[in-house]
Design a protein around this ligand. Structure first.
Ligand code: PLP
Length: 413
């Protein structure tokens, strides 16, 4: 047994049956025995352009061959970082965006939370420190992200940072009540996944995102869109909030920005939020990780964007959105299933019947394993199994995903 300690894994059971993935090709991945699996989850919600894309691999290799990396602290820079920052800012739904790079989603949440508080400190409202988040939310596993976790099991490592308050996941009036009860002058930012992902694939109720953004605007609270899952095509646009007509103050991205070809994340801050740090002599945002603007990671980002645009993957996501939901609804009458969720982006879930789940809390795990035995990868979540296939998925792949999931449900019924 290797010394490799897996994230989010009960190592005692991993010990007996690790699955070693050795290569990937479009929507397929292969293990070390040569078994082929349909990737029904785009790995961990990130392989939006599919596996094994030569164009991205070549762009990364070319950059590594020229310069693997050099720090971007202070006034050092590199061309891939500058290019990708401009490409992202040009596609982001906020005004005059400035892009701060990190190594992943959790880093980026920390960055957004610190920036929100420091922004208010810089403009003379240092009492605005409270960070709001939603029930069921997932914002990574770093310090602030753990504090902002709406999934109770992810908060076990407390104590948490002060001034973090949870709001209902689905009710903008509840958000406003929380702000008013706290005193709006104390609230810095509201963190919001356009569709809650790891918390169970929960599309927002009609009008919720728009109303929540309006509540934030009215009370001077920054709206932080966590587009780590929802961005880069998953909802058919770049930042997952465009379809709601919302212009966030800060947008957080990771995962799909490189489709997993390199670790990369970041935030886009609107011109207003960046201004105190860009326009005030001597004022800096004292924050940043060693690999911020890593040239090979940024080269992967630019190549991913180019490939998405060449292959029309945003439009493809719009086509897949109803097709995935239709397939899931087609198996939602299974006795183990309560209902199908989805229809906002290429994201879906089958929620288990609460009574069956009460008798067998490991149902999601068992269905996931049964589907894997049959060559299809889906995601077990608290009370559901989830689906987020690559955007290159075809109708035939969706048929296979649904067929095998139905068979896996039968296997464990
Ligand atoms: N935010 C959201 C919405 C996520 O789904 C995730 C990871 O799944 C993160 C933040 C954290 O990203 P990372 O795992 O890259 O730290």
């Amino acid at each position: 047994m290797s010394a490799f300690w897996h994230p989010f894994a009960a190592m005692h059971s991993v010990r007996d049956n690790p699955v070693t993935i050795t290569r990937g090709e479009d929507v397929w991945v292969y293990d070390d025995a040569g078994t082929r699996y349909l990737d029904g989850t785009a790995s961990l919600w990130y392989a939006n352009v599919g596996h094994g894309r030569r164009e991205i691999v070549d762009a990364v290799a070319e950059q590594l061959g020229r310069l693997e990396a050099y720090s971007t602290f202070t006034d050092f820079t590199n061309e891939p970082a500058e290019r990708l920052a401009d490409e992202i800012a040009a596609r982001a739904p906020l005004d005059g965006g400035k892009v701060f790079f990190t190594s992943g989603g959790g880093d980026s949440i920390e960055t957004a939370a610190k920036l929100a508080r420091e922004y208010f400190g810089a403009i003379g409202e240092p009492q605005r420190t409270v960070l709001l988040h939603r029930e069921h939310s997932y914002h990574g596993t770093h310090g602030l992200g753990t504090s902002l976790a709406g999934i109770p099991g992810n908060r076990l490592a407390g104590p948490f940072v002060p001034d973090v308050v949870q709001t209902p996941w689905d009710d903008a009036a509840g958000l406003e009540k929380a702000i008013v009860d706290l005193g709006a002058e104390r609230v810095a930012a509201f963190f919001c996944e356009p569709v809650i992902g790891a918390g169970g694939v929960l599309p927002p109720p009609e009008g919720y995102i728009e109303a929540a953004a309006e509540v934030c605007r009215r009370h001077g609270v920054l709206f932080v869109a966590d587009a780590v899952i929802c961005g880069f095509g998953r909802l058919g646009d770049w930042f997952g909030v465009e379809r709601f007509g919302v212009r966030p103050d800060i947008a957080v991205f990771a995962k799909g920005v490189t489709s997993g070809y390199q670790p990369l994340g970041g935030i886009v801050a609107s011109e207003r939020i960046a201004a105190p740090f860009w326009d005030t002599p001597g004022r800096m945002f004292r924050h940043g990780q060693t690999y911020a603007g890593h040239p090979a990671a940024c080269a992967a980002g630019s190549a991913t964007i180019a490939l998405m645009e060449r292959d029309g993957l945003l439009a493809r996501a719009d086509e897949l959105e109803p097709q995935l939901l239709e397939r899931l609804r087609g198996i939602a009458d299974h006795p183990l299933v309560d209902h199908a969720r989805g229809g906002t982006g290429v994201l879906g879930a089958l929620a288990f019947d609460p009574e069956r789940l009460a008798g067998a809390p490991d149902l999601p795990q068992r269905v996931f394993r049964a589907a894997r035995e049959r060559g299809v990868l889906i995601r077990p979540m608290g009370s559901a199994v989830g689906f987020s296939p690559p955007l290159t998925t075809t109708a035939e792949h969706l048929d296979l995903l649904a067929e095998v999931t139905a068979a896996a449900l039968d296997d464990v019924a």
